[in-house]
Design a protein around this ligand. Structure first.
Ligand SMILES: NC(=O)C1=CN([C@@H]2O[C@H](COP(=O)(O)OP(=O)(O)OC[C@H]3O[C@@H](n4cnc5c(N)ncnc54)[C@H](OP(=O)(O)O)[C@@H]3O)[C@@H](O)[C@H]2O)C=CC1
Ligand SMILES: Nc1nc(=O)c2c([nH]1)NC[C@@H]1CN(c3ccc(C(=O)N[C@@H](CCC(=O)O)C(=O)O)cc3)C=[N+]21
Length: 298
């Protein structure tokens, strides 16, 4: 049996369509488009993939896109000054600072500076705290997009055993919170975990968010399990090619012989991240303007 390939690209296109229509209504009601500002410092490869896909999708969804590409040697003061400016800018409803930042910068200090009202990445202490408390708020895009895919496949996730590999503030931790809120029994694994293969083998749902090309092997996967591959890794280019292939954190070819359902890379979680980012920007814009979104619209 080969696994169902979860078509994140198609699901994301549907979500972007809905967001785009609601964004057009928003522009009509307020006389302005919802705006998303993206800040990229330096040249992290996964971030470059992200920026490229994002600008176009934002415009196509009837929103405004503001891109700020800063040099790798940008100072903490310069970056914080930009965040302050975006916080004050009435054309900006969402602020996303691409992570990781170059190592000389204090990531948490930059993130803490983002106005919680514009925190479309769900990374500020206010957003993470609200998620942990089960209060509504802006939820990190990749975990929320991954959850949408899981719910589409399974409906109710209650009682399922979920293993999240990775515990970053951007993916692993909020993913675990969302699965817990869906009544999964959640295990969070990381670089110090012993017997990783064995732990993953117990899972009905595996979320791999590590950043290591094809690390999760087929014989780690329980027969029929659902595998969500968050990883975006660029392999070294083959002979005569300029760019290497994009692969996930799961050995897709062999794992898809064992899994019940699996997301591909590309075409899985990545497009969902962008669609949810647009959704979050629209949600933030409505809150900023004190306008209700239609009930259950997104
Ligand atoms: N598809 C998408 O939309 C997105 C994709 N990504 C991609 O997802 C991946 C993860 O991103 P992110 O969470 O930000 O990465 P981070 O580097 O912040 O976190 C990686 C996590 O993996 C853990 N880890 C590292 N090595 C191992 C190992 N050998 N065994 C078990 N755990 C390990 C780390 O453990 P420890 O905490 O102990 O160091 C850490 O918790 C990257 O490839 C990134 O590019 C990210 C965001 C969105
Ligand atoms: N603050 C912050 N938030 C993030 O969400 C964030 C970040 N920083 N830093 C970088 C990572 C990476 N990331 C991706 C999102 C979508 C694709 C994506 O659309 N991928 C396409 C591939 C497109 C192509 O092939 O070029 C796909 O998987 O199908 C990739 C990568 C978000 N990240």
């Amino acid at each position: 049996m080969t696994a169902q390939i979860i078509d994140g690209k198609a699901f994301a296109a549907q979500l972007r369509e809905k967001v785009g229509a609601l964004a057009a209504d928003f522009a009509e009601k307020t006389g302005r488009k919802a705006g998303l500002a993206v800040v990229l410092v330096g040249d992290d490869p996964a971030s470059q993939v992200y920026v490229r896909s994002k600008g176009k999708a934002t415009i196509a969804a009837n929103m405004e896109s503001f891109e700020h590409k800063l040099a790798g040697d940008t100072t903490q003061e310069q970056l914080e000054a930009l965040v302050d400016k975006l916080n004050r800018d009435p054309a900006v409803d969402g602020i996303l600072v691409q992570l990781p930042l170059p190592s000389h910068l204090d990531e948490q200090a930059v993130v803490d500076r983002i106005s919680p009202a514009k925190d479309v990445d769900g990374l500020t202490p206010v957003s993470t705290g609200r998620l942990a408390l089960g209060l509504e708020g802006l939820v990190p895009c990749t975990p929320l997009g991954s959850l949408m895919l899981l719910k589409q496949i399974h409906g109710d996730l209650s009682g399922m055993d979920a293993v999240v590999v990775g515990r970053s503030i951007l993916v692993g931790k909020p993913m675990a919170q969302l699965l817990l809120a869906e009544n999964c029994t959640v295990t969070i694994a990381h670089s110090r975990t012993r017997n990783l293969a064995e732990i993953v083998r117990g899972a009905d749902i595996v979320v791999a968010a590590v950043g290591r090309a094809e690390m999760v092997q087929a014989d780690w996967i329980k027969q029929g399990a659902t595998v969500i591959d968050v990883g975006i890794n660029r392999l070294p280019p083959e002979e005569g090619k300029e760019k290497g292939r994009l692969v996930g954190d799961v050995a897709f070819g062999s794992a898809s012989e064992v899994a019940g359902a699996i997301t591909p890379v590309p075409g899985g979680v990545g497009p969902m991240t962008i669609a949810v980012l647009l959704r979050n920007t629209l949600v933030a814009a409505h809150r900023i303007e004190s306008i209700d979104l239609p009930e259950g619209a997104l």
